[in-house]
Design a protein around this ligand. Sequence first.
Ligand code: ZN
Ligand code: ZN
Length: 140
Amino acid sequence: MIDLVYIAILKANRLRPTTVRLAVLSMISSYEEGTHFTIERICDDLRGNGVRKSIGSVYRTLKEFEDSGLVIRHQFDSIGTVYESSTSTTHDHTVCVACGKIMEFYREEFDSLRKEVVFEARGRLIKHTQTLYVLCDDCL
Ligand SMILES: [Zn+2]
Ligand SMILES: [Zn+2]
């Protein structure tokens, strides 16, 4: 039954519901909100569920999901590429340079400043990244 929801989401994003897309989408949807995941984690978790997909096909699927706005890709120093579901609200990140812990934060002031800058540039915001690299309290 639950597959019907994922099939509908894929179709709404003009993606044919192939087995790999369905497997990746349902895995991503099972993660807690605010989870930042790597391709390797998805492959491991799928394998844990008895689903074997090559890292290449999971990579291509995530690229398609990114292009259609289902996931957001981040490139963090010392961690590399992580993804998160785009259902979460606007936020920024702190990343610990020692242990790689990712934390999310939201500041109204940053958000309104960004909107102001985009307005002044007479543009439309497509993507924003703001990452503060820190030493977390565990690593201090
Ligand atoms: Zn740390
Ligand atoms: Zn995030």
